[in-house]
Design a protein around this ligand. Structure first.
Ligand SMILES: Nc1ncnc2c1ncn2[C@@H]1O[C@H](COP(=O)(O)OP(=O)(O)O)[C@@H](O)[C@H]1O
Ligand SMILES: [Mg+2]
Length: 414
């Protein structure tokens, strides 16, 4: 059994060498077309410069794009990932100055020369190897002009000289076996460097994303402000209005019935305390002080301890994250555990938080009945909005019958 392992490895590598040769030769074919394109492109450019070649420009561009597209397809078959570059549409003038076009012309120049050579070299090594190895068998039967080894480099016109074919053929085949995948790799580099989107193109995509998440951030902000305003308005403000009313009543009763006034003042005091408690709750919901005092780990442990469903907490966050990230993580866990207690009928819940590759990963899972749906309430939708506002990702899995799992990833910007 053991002895099979290296053989299979060898067979796989042999297959790899043949496959590489095939793809490299195909690449050389595209290189040949590219090398034909270059003088043609120069002629078109000169004619255009003389103001008579304009009708030729668009068909030439189409051809260049087809050729580059064929190379991209070849690169993908080799196993590389390469995206199509974004294109400028419009007049020939604009299309010619499109960075994608310039990069494709550059590729044509390199691939039509170096790429063509590398592809043919892979084929040549294989052909020379087979030719030279078999040469001692049939060297007598070919004309004297063709009695040569190493692709015509070394004449070999006697039986002794022909035997050298065993040596040169072996060397060529070994070089081919080892080198073909590497030659294919070198041949692919110009395409990989020049046929994908230009490095700046990623940035413009990124700007679009950031604009969207910035809008979401402002949106989340507005929603948060509205929530705070409502909490202040419906809670604390109502109670303070009540206190004012009670004090007014107490003053009016003051002379007539001091005992009654005393009673009303006591109620006013209670209401003041309630108003204070409301205010504290609002403040705490903005930036939970427990986060400030005890850090993320302490705050989450406290949340889990308060949860009606038994909850295990695993936290692996060695450093502190930005306040916005910690607050959002806290909010996610608080909201999720409230849901677990309220909706899930679970017997166990689990909170896991870890810092990995510059992102804070938060996972809250329960073994309850499932069926959580962001469209059915405001809590889960709020989680998703807050997470997206930080450029993060939220994934919810909650099939009917359970279990429910919410995973959130928040970039920490480091
Ligand atoms: N952990 C959970 N297990 C089962 N169902 C859940 C869970 N979390 C949420 N749900 C369901 O998804 C709905 C939406 O949740 P949410 O957006 O938090 O709104 P709310 O809690 O205000 O109802 C809930 O009404 C509930 O039916
Ligand atoms: Mg909820």
């Amino acid at each position: 059994m053991d002895s099979e392992q290296p053989t299979r490895g060898l067979r796989a590598r042999l297959r790899d060498a043949f496959r590489s040769t095939g793809l490299a030769v195909y690449g050389a074919g595209l290189g040949f077309l590219a090398v034909l394109t270059i003088p043609f492109a120069i002629v078109v450019a000169v004619l255009w410069f003389l103001r008579i070649g304009r009708p030729l420009v668009l068909p030439s561009l189409r051809w260049l794009q087809w050729l580059s597209g064929a190379e991209r397809t070849r690169l993908r078959r080799i196993g590389h990932r390469i995206d199509d570059p974004p294109r400028v549409a419009g007049e020939p003038e604009q299309q010619v100055t499109d960075p994608a076009t310039r990069r494709e012309l550059g590729w044509g120049l390199i691939h039509g020369t170096v790429g063509l050579f590398l592809g043919l070299l892979a084929l040549q090594l294989l052909l020379v190897g087979v030719h030279d190895l078999a040469y001692p068998l049939w060297w007598k039967h070919v004309g004297t002009g063709e009695q040569e080894l190493l692709n015509g480099l070394v004449p070999a016109r006697s039986a002794d000289a022909a035997l050298w074919g065993l040596v040169t053929g072996t060397i060529a085949l070994v070089l081919w076996f080892v080198g073909a995948p590497r030659l294919l790799d070198w041949q692919s580099r110009s395409g990989l460097a020049l046929l994908g989107p230009a490095p700046g193109a990623d940035l413009s995509q990124r700007v679009v994303e950031l604009t969207a998440t910035r809008a979401a951030a402002l949106d989340a902000h507005a929603v948060e402000l509205r929530r705070i305003e409502r909490a202040l308005h419906d809670g604390a403000q109502n109670r303070v209005v009540g206190v004012a009313g009670l004090i007014g009543a107490a003053r009016r009763e003051g002379e007539r019935d001091p005992g009654r006034a005393e009673e009303i003042l006591a109620r006013a005091q209670d209401t003041t305390e309630e108003a204070l408690a409301e205010l504290r709750a609002v403040v705490r919901s903005i930036l939970p002080p427990v986060l400030e005092n005890r850090g993320l780990a302490g705050a989450l442990t406290a949340l889990a301890a308060d949860c009606a469903v038994p909850c295990t907490v695993t936290i692996d966050v060695p450093v502190r994250c930005p306040a916005s990230v910690e607050t959002t993580a806290y909010f996610v866990v608080a909201e999720s555990l409230t849901n677990v207690a309220r909706h899930s009928h679970a017997s166990r819940a689990e909170v896991e938080v870890r810092l990995d590759a510059g992102s804070l990963h938060v996972r809250v899972a329960d073994d309850g009945r499932g069926g959580a749906d962001p469209a059915a309430g405001s809590g889960l939708a709020g989680i998703i909005r807050r997470v997206e506002a930080l450029d993060g990702e939220a994934r919810l899995s909650s099939p009917p019958g359970g279990p429910t799992e919410l995973e959130v990833e928040l970039p920490c910007g480091s």
